[in-house]
Design a protein around this ligand. Structure first.
Ligand SMILES: CCCCCCCCCCCCCCCCCCCCC/C=C/C(=O)SCCNC(=O)CCNC(=O)[C@H](O)C(C)(C)COP(=O)(O)OP(=O)(O)OC[C@H]1O[C@@H](n2cnc3c(N)ncnc32)[C@H](O)[C@@H]1OP(=O)(O)O
Ligand SMILES: Cc1cc2nc3c(=O)[nH]c(=O)nc-3n(C[C@H](O)[C@H](O)[C@H](O)COP(=O)(O)OP(=O)(O)OC[C@H]3O[C@@H](n4cnc5c(N)ncnc54)[C@H](O)[C@@H]3O)c2cc1C
Length: 627
């Protein structure tokens, strides 16, 4: 029945203060207040409804996204929301849109790679959304290999301009979000050519469309690249294709914090690492780690609540069947994902600190932690997105057949989330960057340069020094093993930062104890999953492995009575979850049944096409094959 909490019996089992855990999950009382307030604002505003997305055509879907983005922006302006509140609004609006790339990449690129003068000119226009930007780096022929990009930017000293050109089909910009139909400007990455000499890939601000009638400017060919994975999903985003035909831009539209070109045509490289040109990607990678905990926690919330509602088998003397959450197999699949959601939350908090710290150091021209920041953002982006994409799919399977319904919210969540394993850097390519960083560290063992920070533990691998000459053997030849080592390195960071989190003051009855259980589940599940490696390297004995497995089972039993409360702590509204299986009151079956009849296919009892195709079949009016 409506209004009845079908999960009340589960909530009454909780052994900790859920409200205190909500604060831990949000990060602070202030962050919880903002998040709670904005999530309810979005959930209560029909302008942000999203339950009809799967029934819209691509053009209807996209127009609806434009409407929502404009409505969100109006809400932000009318309510005078802060940037923190606006970011939360965008999060709870929960729809990939051009604004993500405008705010998440175009503006950060100007802030990170533009000079003070360029920032003063372009940022006010961007903040007021008087221009809409995108980040145009990837091309049809190159994405991972940035140094392989083919778009050219040739300096013309006669006119003090750059000529931006797409020399080949494969140099067409391909994938940039917001580019296809909306962006008026792009940060376009191109090979800088001055006086016939190449100077690597740099960023250029290029206007694409008229600010009067939105038509593409002279020399610009631009459009959408077409439908993507899933029906609704990421098709709310206009990922685009863009070609330049000798487009001229003023010299001062090359982002010049890293490199400069003077009006005399002299190329200068600042005394900052060239890799700062990649800075925007590093920024987004650290936001993606925080996003991973959000996406995974959402799927886990749905699967946990439904696992407590669903009963199957085990009825004794006509009594109720067994809740599937009580099956050890269900717990062994679900609870490590619950632990991962919390682990990724805390590693996301730490990575945000690391990124802020490296940014502050860069302002003082201290580049000492840039390599570690690159390795951590690349590796943790790879690890958390792979685990989250796999975890969302596992949550769908944990919900049985009903997990495959759009009304479960899981298919759409998966379809929207999975490109995170590719964008902002293919996950394997990024792990190879971590492997390169680890190998460079090994090569420096024994020198005066001592490993610190997240690689400090490597001083304890002195034995690698003896075989150092061995590890010089082809990096490519060893890349599969090196990628595994990179994952292990990142997992060590995740576990270490979870443990560090538990050493902080954590208020609330039973809260720290619950987090300790989740931390131990995360670590022991890894040990169980990779026990072959631990055993073959002599890190543990078979007895240790058996003890670990026993402890893991015990920990699952400790989590069981608190599972619903642990997902309640995410404080997600039913609107944001978008899932009948995950609804707060657990009143699943009536809602599933009601939702079915709302499908457009049920608008008529007799389906379109019956008279044309089915009736002739049934009436044998079509000659039947000899069966
Ligand atoms: C609704 C309305 C609301 C409106 C209001 C809202 C208000 C606020 C809202 C805020 C919203 C924010 C939302 C944010 C959401 C964002 C969503 C994002 C969606 C996804 C979009 C996707 C974008 C993209 O995909 S962009 C393109 C990404 N592409 C890549 O990642 C390419 C990957 N490849 C590379 O990075 C390079 O090619 C690389 C590193 C693989 C190789 O580079 P290389 O130049 O060849 O270098 P290499 O020789 O390997 O190494 C040399 C040297 O350099 C070091 N190195 C490499 N990279 C870096 C780096 N990045 N930083 C530092 N150092 C680096 C490397 O380690 C080597 O060092 P040494 O070994 O010491 O020599
Ligand atoms: C939804 C979505 C949104 C995007 N938004 C943007 C955007 O806004 N702006 C933008 O510029 N780009 C964007 N991209 C593009 C994205 O950044 C690239 O697709 C991504 O960087 C991967 O590059 P690629 O497509 O060239 O993959 P490839 O590198 O071609 O990968 C193909 C395969 O080759 C493997 N591989 C490649 N190099 C190596 C190597 N050295 N060693 C071993 N294996 C290797 C990869 O692991 C992968 O398995 C977006 C992509 C998607 C899917």
């Amino acid at each position: 029945m409506e209004g009845v909490d079908h999960l009340a019996h589960e909530r009454n089992k909780s052994e900790f203060d859920v409200d205190a855990m909500k604060i831990v999950w949000a990060g602070s009382p202030h962050a919880f207040d903002v998040s709670d307030r904005i999530s309810k604002l979005v959930a209560s505003d029909p302008g942000f409804r999203k339950d009809n997305r799967s029934t819209l055509s691509r053009k209807e879907l996209f127009k609806n996204t434009l409407r929502k983005a404009a409505y969100a922006w109006k809400t932000i302006v009318d309510l005078r929301l802060s940037e923190e509140e606006a970011a939360k609004l965008r999060f709870y609006v929960d729809e990939p849109a051009f604004t993500d790339l405008h705010w998440g990449m175009f503006i950060p690129a100007i802030k990170g790679q533009g000079t003070e003068e360029q920032q003063q000119k372009w940022l006010p226009l961007a903040y007021k959304m008087q221009i809409i930007g995108c980040y145009a780096q990837t091309e049809l022929g190159h994405g991972s290999n940035v140094q392989g990009l083919e778009t050219t930017a040739t300096f013309d000293p006669q006119t003090d301009e750059f000529i931006i050109h797409s020399p080949t089909l494969t140099s067409s910009k391909w994938w940039p979000g917001g580019l296809g139909k909306v962006a008026t400007h792009a940060i376009a990455y191109a090979r800088l050519i001055v006086g016939g000499r190449e100077h690597g890939v740099n960023g250029f601000i290029v206007q694409l469309r008229s600010l009067e009638d939105h038509s593409p400017l002279l020399g610009i060919t631009v459009g959408d690249i077409g439908m993507k994975f899933g029906n609704g999903a990421y098709n709310t985003m206009d990922n685009g294709v863009l070609r330049f035909d000798h487009v001229r831009i003023p010299r001062n539209q090359m982002l010049m914090r890293v490199s400069q070109v003077t009006c005399e045509g002299k190329y200068k490289q600042s005394d900052v690492p060239r890799q700062l040109v990649y800075g925007t990607m590093v920024y987004v990678r650290q936001t993606i780690v925080a996003d991973a905990s959000c996406a995974l926690s959402r799927a886990v919330c749905i699967a946990t609540r439904y696992s407590a509602v669903r009963r199957q088998f085990g009825s004794q003397n006509g009594g109720p069947e067994t809740q599937v959450i009580d099956y050890k197999t269900q717990q062994s699949r679900l609870f490590p994902l619950l632990a991962s959601a919390y682990a990724f939350r805390f590693i996301g908090e730490w990575l945000k600190w690391l990124y802020a710290d490296v940014t502050q150091r860069l302002q003082a021209n201290d580049f000492s932690t840039l390599p570690e920041a690159h390795a951590c953002t690349a590796g943790l982006k790879s690890l958390t997105t792979t685990a989250t994409a796999d975890g969302i799919e596992e949550c769908r399977k944990l919900c049985g057949g009903h997990g495959y319904l759009c009304s479960s919210g899981l298919p759409e969540l998966f379809a929207v989330y999975v490109p995170a394993c590719t964008y902002e850097g293919d996950n394997t390519v990024l792990l190879l960057q971590v492997a390169r960083f680890l190998m460079k560290t090994v090569s420096q063992l024994g020198s005066s340069k001592k490993p610190v920070g997240t690689i400090a533990y490597m001083t304890r691998v002195e034995h690698l020094m003896q075989c150092r000459c061995g590890v010089q053997r082809g990096f490519a030849e060893l890349s599969v093993d090196l990628v595994e080592a990179a994952v292990a390195h990142c997992q060590l960071i995740v576990v270490s930062k979870f443990i560090e989190k538990l050493q902080q003051e954590i208020p609330g009855k039973g809260v720290k104890q619950q987090l300790e259980v989740l931390c131990n589940i995360y670590a022991l599940f890894l040990l169980h999953k990779h026990q072959g490696d631990f055993l073959s390297t002599g890190c543990i004995t078979p007895k240790h492995a058996a003890l670990a497995n026993d402890e893991l089972r015990s920990l699952y039993s400790q989590v069981r009575p608190n599972a619903i409360a642990l997902v309640d702590a995410f404080n997600y509204t039913d609107h944001y979850l978008g899932s009948i299986l995950g609804c707060y009151d657990g009143n699943v079956y009536p809602k599933l049944y009601e939702a079915a009849w709302k499908d457009p296919l049920n608008e008529s009892v007799v389906p379109d096409g019956y008279h044309q195709y089915i009736r002739p079949l049934l009436k044998q009016e079509i000659r039947t094959a000899r069966l």
